[in-house]
Ligand binder design. Structure first.
Ligand SMILES: *[C@@H]1O[C@H](CO)[C@@H](O)[C@H](O)[C@H]1NC(C)=O
Ligand SMILES: *[C@@H]1O[C@H](CO)[C@@H](O)[C@H](O)[C@H]1NC(C)=O
Ligand SMILES: *[C@@H]1O[C@H](CO)[C@@H](O)[C@H](O)[C@H]1NC(C)=O
Ligand SMILES: *[C@@H]1O[C@H](CO)[C@@H](O)[C@H](O)[C@H]1NC(C)=O
Length: 643
């Protein structure tokens, strides 16, 4: 909180004036005048509501910000208390989930709101992410300087040598408090925990099996079953990529020791069952979830980096330790081949990392992008190929346009050196193509493929992992095969999960291309993946098959018309500004992601796969319910009267 801001509010006696006086704002004098007039006339809520109805949504949002500032300047406690009340009133979550989550998240949100100038780019970013009321501001220009120019040599030709196997799994979301026999029918973000006596084993009409349920996170038995399956199916795996998210979705009840133990337990199991594992920082590893402040703001996530470093160094070596402890990222040489693994901390570009809504937005949080450039340049000079791994895919609507744009510039520059990129986070089976020119999205402009691995946690489909065939010389991906444990298999809850091959990309998609791509030594190039998107456009049976594979055959919803267009646009978005996602009032990002992923859950409380934020949902509901705005106005007036 800036010194004196609360005082200035009290002195001026007007929330709008105080908010505006904090800093020179980019609202026009007329807009400020209108805002003040509406406060004096006590018609602010009416004005906001009319603006929303009249689609003047960005203006409406500045009005909502005036109210939120009116609370935030009274301190974190006031903000937490009022936000918790609104969360309950809006029935965003159960009362205890509101209480726990808002207590964890709201101080970070309050800090951002206090320091936010009305009309600034940060305020618009906030309004877009939290309320769906402003388009995302255009990307601040940053032409990334590169130490060398792009070589004219393209991607190396396949060697034709016997492929290696690379394993990937993601979003394991282990629930150590999972209780077999407890209910799968609950109103919380995850079930299969005995929250009440009625949820206890023996009382429920829908008891959880021992090995997992679509309404619940992963029981340890299912986790171990996957590691064993990987060991059995791919005993010769060269290396394994784990793209993050260990901690369960009970985000209202995380704590530093709880998450630390989760991180340590998961990597200990991996080290017992698997060979070389390269991990990356998931948004759920933090406490509160998603909270990864850049070092310039706070060192409060230092413990996550320390916890990850303590686990990862057994695989990446001590030389990567300092980097992990600094920013949760690393670059390391694969010891048995000409490959470098660069693990990015994508939380620095994540919309739900509330630390990022600073009035002065850092162009390159903790210098990660500059560091990435130097690592890639050194790799290129050394003739190494590179895998970039990260948690959140860079083209998703969860990624800020700015960070995504900058990384896309780097990917374009080093597209001959980077063999492929690997992510998780969305829980579903898909991919993204990056282009050298997004206005010319064709095979000849496709420069990179991102492989997005479906989750182990069964909340959006059957538990899954992937195996890539890769060229042992160029490390190009030659095929990707998804394995699942079919939860409808009668043995799933009795003798245990049965892991089987679901499909291979070359078999299902390559064989349908013209010309077909079926040669085992042919690379699945960026152009290949572009051509697959073109196939989805022209062949609805293939597109439907893709939609079904996305959730591994579970809860498959039809996706035609705009849904199909949106889906293909997303597949062609290596950067998020190109993914065609347009915010609409109150529709927060995760809800949209879920809808886009083509399977709604029809639950009392929509389940968010990637990240969940009661704080974000609460603020988002202000754009949809006038009664909540009125309640907020009443609370602001109470605070001011008391002060
Ligand atoms: C889930 O619980 C609710 C409320 O207790 C009940 O009305 C509903 O019938 C239950 N659904 C199932 C599938 O058991
Ligand atoms: C919250 O977490 C603690 C462990 O940190 C656990 O003992 C408790 O049962 C959890 N509460 C719920 C409601 O899951
Ligand atoms: C974090 O910063 C605070 C004060 O700036 C310092 O006292 C503390 O030791 C730091 N913690 C870590 C783990 O570096
Ligand atoms: C992609 O399609 C184009 C034309 O449609 C074709 O020329 C090219 O060979 C295809 N590339 C791959 C890798 O399938």
């Amino acid at each position: 909180m800036r010194p004196g801001s609360a005082l200035s509010l009290l002195a001026l006696g007007s929330v709008a004036q105080a908010a505006i006086s904090l800093e020179d704002s980019s609202l026009s004098p007329r807009e400020i005048e209108n805002l003040e007039r509406s406060i004096e006339a006590r018609s602010l809520v009416d004005d906001i509501w009319n603006d929303i109805k009249n689609a003047a949504t960005c203006t409406a949002c500045q009005g909502i910000l005036v109210l939120l500032k009116g609370v935030a300047i009274f301190g974190d406690d006031a903000f937490v208390s009022i936000a918790t009340g609104l969360c309950k009133l809006a029935k965003v979550e159960d009362d205890d989930v509101c209480e726990g989550t808002v207590a964890l998240e709201a101080p970070i949100i309050a800090d951002a709101i206090r320091n936010m100038d009305l009309g600034s780019d940060t305020s618009k970013l906030f309004c877009g992410s939290f309320l769906g009321l402003c388009p995302e501001p255009s990307v601040p220009q940053w032409k990334i300087p590169f130490p060398s120019s792009k070589p004219s040599t393209g991607r190396p030709a396949p060697s034709g040598k016997t492929p290696l196997k690379v394993v990937q799994y993601s979003d394991i979301h282990i629930d150590p408090l999972y209780v077999s026999g407890s209910t799968t029918n609950c109103t919380k973000p995850v079930c299969c925990r005995p929250y009440t006596a009625a949820d206890e084993p023996g009382h429920s009409t829908s008891p959880a099996g021992p090995n997992g349920d679509h309404k619940c996170d992963t029981p340890v038995g299912l986790e171990i079953s996957m590691y064993q399956a990987i060991k059995n199916i791919v005993p010769d795996a060269a290396l394994t990529l784990f793209t993050g998210d260990i901690v369960d979705h009970a985000i209202w009840n995380t704590s530093k020791p709880y998450n630390q133990k989760q991180i340590s337990d998961a990597y200990t199991y991996m080290s017992q069952y698997l060979g070389l594992v390269y991990g990356t920082a998931g948004n759920h590893e933090a406490d509160p979830a998603n909270a990864f402040p850049p070092q310039s703001i706070s060192n409060s996530s230092q413990w996550v980096y320390d916890a990850l470093s303590a686990q990862w160094t057994r695989w990446v070596g001590a030389s990567a330790e300092a980097q992990i402890e600094n920013i949760g990222a690393y670059s390391t040489k694969y010891p048995n081949g000409n490959l470098r693994i660069i693990s990015l901390n994508t939380n620095f570009y994540y919309r739900m990392n509330f630390w990022l809504y600073q009035e002065d937005i850092e162009q390159d949080p903790d210098g990660q992008i500059k560091w990435l450039v130097s690592e890639l340049d050194a790799a290129e000079k050394a003739g190494e190929r590179v895998y970039i791994i990260g948690h959140m895919p860079i083209g998703e609507s969860d990624a800020f346009h700015a960070g995504s744009n900058y990384i896309d510039q780097v990917v374009n520059r080093y597209s001959s050196t980077i063999a492929a990129m690997f992510f998780g986070h969305t829980h579903v089976d898909h991919f993204e193509v990056s282009y050298s020119d997004y206005s010319k999205q064709d095979a000849s402009h496709a420069v990179m493929a991102s492989y997005i691995c479906p989750s182990l946690t069964p909340t959006s489909g059957m538990p899954s992992f992937r195996v890539y065939d890769v060229d042992p010389v160029t490390f190009a991906v030659l095929d990707t095969t998804t394995y699942i444990a079919d939860m409808t298999n009668a043995n799933f809850q009795t003798t245990g999960p049965v892991w089987t091959k679901l499909y291979s990309a070359k078999e299902v998609y390559g064989s349908k291309l013209n010309p077909p791509v079926t040669d085992p030594s042919a690379e699945l190039t960026p152009a290949f993946w572009h051509n697959v998107t073109a196939l989805f456009e022209s062949n609805s049976a293939m597109f439907n098959q893709y939609i079904s594979l996305k959730s591994r055959g579970w809860n498959v919803a039809s996706c035609t018309g705009d849904c199909q267009k949106q889906e293909i646009c997303q597949l062609r978005a290596g950067r998020s500004e190109s993914n065609c996602v347009v915010p609409s009032p109150g529709l927060h990002i995760s809800k949209r992601s879920d809808e886009r992923h083509g399977h709604s859950h029809h639950r009392a409380h929509d389940h968010q796969e990637c990240g969940m934020s009661a704080g974000m949902k609460t603020i988002g509901s202000l754009a949809m319910r006038k009664d909540l705005l009125n309640e907020l106005q009443v609370r602001v007036n109470e605070l001011r009267a008391k002060a």
